[in-house]
Design a binder for this molecule. Structure first.
Ligand SMILES: [Zn+2]
Length: 345
């Protein structure tokens, strides 16, 4: 057992593939942004540390989405706050020992700040590049996934695909698209042509999958599986037949988010009941532990690995092997995979 305790999860090089940019902003960072705006008379919002007290992590589907639409998006609403928060998120992942990060964000126009959706994506990519150039984060490489929101129209979904295509060119950092948002909203079949278009131009695809009962009808899950996505996020309310389908998809990535699912009560029971325990040994799919929204749920990736060791009793070699297996399902190119195979233990 002594050897098990030798694993230092913070210094273990790790891969994070399911992290929403805005949900990954620490409360301290939100507070800093608020302080500047408050002093300049630019906001009437309450202090984030009052709205989201430190230590509160029990956000569920009814409180989570309104927190963004009525608060965080109103605080991060211009180029300086977007830049400050993006850099802070990248720095936090680097400090936690993440070697490769895929952030995701829904392109958001900020008209008051003169940013259209393309301007938003460009600002995020620039902030990532500037933060990566800092000495302390040199081992971290970050890529960006652009999300379609379930409430989007097909035209808006096409716009996301078009932005992803534009910012993938010349290796600017965008690698794929995602479908996310309030699981009680929208009909995913609307987006089939946009997803096909993304794949046709060589973009990778990850989809929030059976995140809540409302988004786990057989019709929805069959539609998503018919898209042949590269990765699935959450994978919670999955009927047995669909599980067999996933198992048969050799090399499909499963982004599993333990603390998020437990704190938000998206699963029944606590960590030991999480479906990570069911999937991590299965041969075909590649399981990658992810944080989802570390700013909300408060558990950095190093802690997710610690929880895995604690609740599922994985041995040291099993943990390191699983972490390395994640390399196979990143959306970056082969050069990046080679780099990661060299630095991951
Ligand atoms: Zn998510």
């Amino acid at each position: 057992m002594a050897q098990e305790q030798d694993l230092d999860f913070k210094s273990m090089p790790k891969i994070e593939l399911h992290a929403h940019l805005t949900g990954s902003i620490s409360r301290q960072c939100l507070h800093e942004i608020w302080e500047v705006k408050k002093a300049a008379g630019e906001t009437d919002l309450e202090d984030p540390l009052v709205v989201m007290p430190l230590g509160r992590h029990d956000y569920d589907l009814t409180t989570f989405f309104p927190l963004f639409s009525s608060y965080i998006y109103n605080l991060i609403n211009d180029a300086p706050s977007l830049e400050h928060s993006t850099k802070s998120v990248v720095r936090d992942f680097a400090t936690d020992g993440v070697a490769y990060l895929e952030l995701r964000t829904t392109p958001r126009a900020m008209p008051a700040a003169g940013l259209d959706k393309a301007g938003y994506v460009a600002a995020v990519l620039q902030a990532i590049a500037q933060e990566e150039a800092q000495t302390q984060t040199q081992t971290l490489h970050t890529r960006l996934i652009l999300s379609i929101d379930r409430r989007n129209t097909l035209a808006e979904a096409y716009e996301v695909v078009s932005l992803a295509k534009q910012f993938r060119a010349q290796d600017q950092g965008v690698v794929g698209i995602d479908l996310c948002g309030d699981p009680t909203k929208g009909d995913v079949s609307l987006f089939t042509p946009a997803v096909k278009e993304a794949q046709a131009v060589g973009l990778k695809v990850t989809i929030h999958f059976a995140e809540a009962e409302a988004s786990a009808s057989l019709a929805e899950l069959s539609t998503i599986m018919s898209w042949m996505p590269d990765r699935l996020g959450h994978v919670i309310h999955v009927p047995e037949g669909v599980k067999r389908q996933i198992e048969a998809q050799t090399g499909i990535g499963l982004e599993l988010c333990l603390s998020c699912n437990v704190h938000a009560k998206m699963i029944v029971g606590s960590f030991e009941a999480h479906h990570f325990g069911e999937w991590w040994r299965v041969d075909g799919p590649v399981v990658v532990p992810c944080t989802d929204d570390v700013g909300i749920f408060g558990s950095p990736l190093s802690n997710e690995w610690r929880l895995i060791q604690e609740h599922f009793r994985l041995q040291r070699e099993e943990i390191l092997g699983l972490a390395r297996k994640g390399i196979d399902v990143i959306f970056a190119d082969d050069d990046e995979k080679v780099r990661l195979r060299e630095i991951m233990w």
